[in-house]
Ligand binder design. Structure first.
Ligand code: B16
Ligand code: MG
Length: 225
C-alpha cells in the first residue's frame, strides 16, 4: 500500500450511532414470539450482517425452521419494532466525536462515504442530521452480499471515485474489518480491541482520533520500505 488516504468510509451501526442495542431489543422481542430467549452474548454475530441473515442465525440458535414467506413476515415485524425504537433519535445520538471528525475531514477535502448493511441508513442519517456530510451512501438497499464480502466497501470507493487502496474504513464489527481488508483498504476498529484486533488501529471513541494519529499510526506502518 502507498501512503495516501483520500476516501473515508464509515459503517453506520456502532460507528456513527449506537443502534446495535435497538436491533438487539427488536430481535429479543421477535424471538420471544416463538418462545426463544435471544441472549446478549450471541448478539455480536449479528453485527454488520443483513436483516435476513440475522434472523437465520437466531432461528438456527433456537433450533427453529421457517418457510421463506414466514421469514419475510418475521423480518418485516422486527423492522417495524426497530423503526419504533429509532424514531426518537436526534443529533445527540451520534456517537462521541464522530460528527466533528467527519467535518474535519471535509475541511481537508477528503471524500466521505457510508458503507452499511442497513436498509434504514438514510432514515437514521437524516434523523441525526448528518446525511449532508456524505458524498456517497452505499447501504443495504444497494448491495447483494453482506459483510464479510467486500462488496459494500468496493462500491463505496467506486462511488467516491477513489482507489480501494486509498480508502480507510471505520468498523465496529469483526466481519466488517474482514470485508474492508478483503477490499484492500486501511482499517480502524471502533470498539473492543479483543474483537477488532485485525484492524490497523483500534479506538474506543472518535474523541481519541486526530489527523496526526492517522498519519503516524496507520500510514507510517504501511509505508513501503
Ligand atoms: P437493517 P451496519 C448493520 O448495520 C447492523 O450492524 C446489523 O446488526 C443489521 O442487521 C444490519 O445493519 C441490517 O440493518 O435491518 O436496518 O436493514 O453495522 O453495517 O451499519
Ligand atoms: Mg456496524
Amino acid at each position: 500500500m502507498k501512503g495516501e488516504i483520500r476516501g473515508f468510509i464509515f459503517d453506520l451501526d456502532g460507528v456513527i450511532v449506537d443502534t446495535a442495542k435497538y436491533h438487539y431489543q427488536s430481535w429479543v422481542r421477535l424471538a420471544k414470539t416463538f418462545g426463544y430467549h435471544f441472549r446478549k452474548q450471541d448478539n455480536e454475530a449479528l453485527k454488520g450482517v443483513s436483516r435476513m441473515q440475522s434472523l437465520e442465525i437466531i432461528l438456527r440458535l433456537a433450533g427453529e425452521k421457517r418457510s421463506a414467506a414466514e421469514k419475510e413476515i418475521m423480518c418485516a415485524q422486527k423492522n417495524e419494532w426497530y423503526r419504533e425504537l429509532i424514531q426518537g433519535m436526534t443529533k445527540d445520538n451520534a456517537l462521541p466525536g464522530v460528527n466533528r471528525f467527519i467535518r474535519n475531514l471535509r475541511r481537508r477535502n477528503k471524500k466521505i462515504a457510508l458503507g452499511s448493511a442497513s436498509k434504514n441508513a438514510r432514515t437514521i442519517l437524516k434523523q441525526i442530521k448528518m446525511i449532508h456530510l456524505f458524498d456517497a451512501i452505499v447501504d443495504g438497499t444497494n448491495i447483494s452480499k453482506g459483510k464479510p464480502d467486500p462488496e459494500v466497501f468496493i462500491k463505496a470507493a467506486k462511488a467516491l471515485k477513489v482507489k480501494t487502496e486509498e480508502c480507510l474504513v471505520f468498523e465496529d464489527a469483526e466481519k466488517g474489518i474482514e470485508a474492508a481488508k478483503a477490499a484492500g483498504m486501511y482499517t480502524v476498529g471502533v470498539g473492543d480491541r479483543k474483537i477488532l484486533h485485525e484492524a490497523d488501529l483500534v479506538i474506543s471513541t472518535f474523541n481519541q482520533l486526530t489527523w496526526r494519529s492517522i498519519k503516524s499510526k496507520i500510514l507510517a506502518s504501511k509505508q513501503d520500505p
